[in-house]
Design a protein around this ligand. Structure first.
Ligand SMILES: C[C@@](CO)(OP(=O)(O)O)[C@H](O)COP(=O)(O)OP(=O)(O)OC[C@H]1O[C@@H](n2ccc(N)nc2=O)[C@H](O)[C@@H]1O
Ligand SMILES: Nc1ncnc2c1ncn2[C@@H]1O[C@H](COP(=O)(O)OP(=O)(O)O)[C@@H](O)[C@H]1O
Length: 285
């Protein structure tokens, strides 16, 4: 039995604009994804029988809804392999935090099983499967920091500065669907060019809606703003600030009120999953 450990890193949305809406109600976005050297870990063991097992069970998520299970089933059906897998998840990332934990788990499952089952699907074939699982899953499959358009699936690699981040985790989970259905959400941002983002333009348009619906996220943003510009990732709930050095990020982290959790991590333009594939075993903290 081959057993391998695989990273499933977090992402940040460095900004998030909504430029319109598709006929099916999905929102057209402009966003920039960067990975963190912090996240979950999957241990994948291939089995000769076709069952897929995922442990431990996630609270509030039925096993058939777990994105790890769904990703494995999707790859099994697409490749008609007779093999199965036992997948153990070491969960570090908060759920509904805007750090993309579920999407990253799904992408790591696809990439890992594609290798361990020896399916030999290309990255673009995997990304096509990934999009069926969620708008954010393809970027984790490619594992390259990206400018994203469409619903998040039209990806252009970018190399923003690999800053140090202090991420604060408020004690609430935000449902992406709930924020995208709020009538006050700004949906008519003028499209911007990558160069304008790289010069510092861009904000997270979901922030004002989440601030109103989740006062604890507003409190965390206001608290973090004492140390550096505070931003929200995705549709929240996590908020982050950027620092030039690890020491500066840790200095702010040491002041974190006891009621919240948080962590310091480095931004990576190549995801820890891709780094692990290229042989770097120390890519996650
Ligand atoms: C907003 C973002 C930004 O990175 O991240 P999160 O905060 O969720 O991490 C993503 O686009 C989220 O992508 P993902 O988390 O995969 O969302 P999905 O499961 O595909 O969608 C959840 C629900 O949100 C709405 N939705 C999602 C994406 C989108 N572009 N337009 C939408 O209107 C739809 O109602 C959908 O049913
Ligand atoms: N393996 C998984 N890890 C996390 N969440 C999962 C997983 N499988 C399904 N989900 C569901 O996806 C939702 C969004 O999770 P997640 O990706 O962590 O947050 P976000 O999209 O806010 O970054 C969770 O609230 C949960 O119901």
């Amino acid at each position: 039995m081959t057993c391998c450990h695989w990273p499933a890193p977090a992402k940040l949305n460095l900004f998030l604009h909504i430029t319109g809406r598709r006929a099916d109600g999905y929102h057209l976005l402009q966003t920039a994804f960067q990975f963190l050297d912090y996240g979950d870990q999957l241990t994948v063991t291939v089995t000769s029988s076709p069952e897929i097992s995922v442990t431990p069970q996630l609270s509030g998520v039925a096993n058939e809804d777990n994105l790890i299970y769904r990703a494995a089933k999707l790859l099994q059906a697409a490749t008609k392999t007779s093999l199965g897998a036992q997948i153990a998840l070491n969960k570090q990332l908060p759920m509904g935090g805007g750090l993309g934990g579920g999407s990253s788990n799904a992408a790591t499952t696809l990439v890992a099983l594609n290798r361990q089952w020896q399916c030999q699907l290309s990255d673009s074939a995997l990304a096509e499967l990934a999009l069926k699982l969620g708008a954010d899953v393809p970027v984790f499959v490619y594992g390259q920091a990206a400018w994203a358009e469409g619903v998040g699936e039209i990806l252009t690699p970018i190399t923003p500065p690999e800053a140090w981040y202090f991420v604060v985790i408020p004690n609430c989970q935000v449902s992406t669907a709930e924020i995208f259905s709020d009538s006050e959400l700004t949906r008519d941002c003028e499209p911007i060019k990558i160069s304008r983002f790289l010069k510092g333009e861009g904000r997270n348009v979901c922030e004002s809606v989440v601030r109103r619906r989740y006062p604890e996220v507003a409190e965390a943003l206001d608290w973090l703003a004492q140390y550096a510009t505070a931003k929200m990732t995705g549709t929240g709930a996590c908020v982050f600030a950027e620092f030039e050095t690890e020491a500066q990020a840790r200095q702010a982290w040491r002041q974190l009120p006891e009621k919240w959790q948080g962590f310091v991590a480095k931004g990576c333009n190549q995801s820890p999953l891709r780094q692990a594939i290229s042989g770097n075993r120390d890519c996650m903290r």
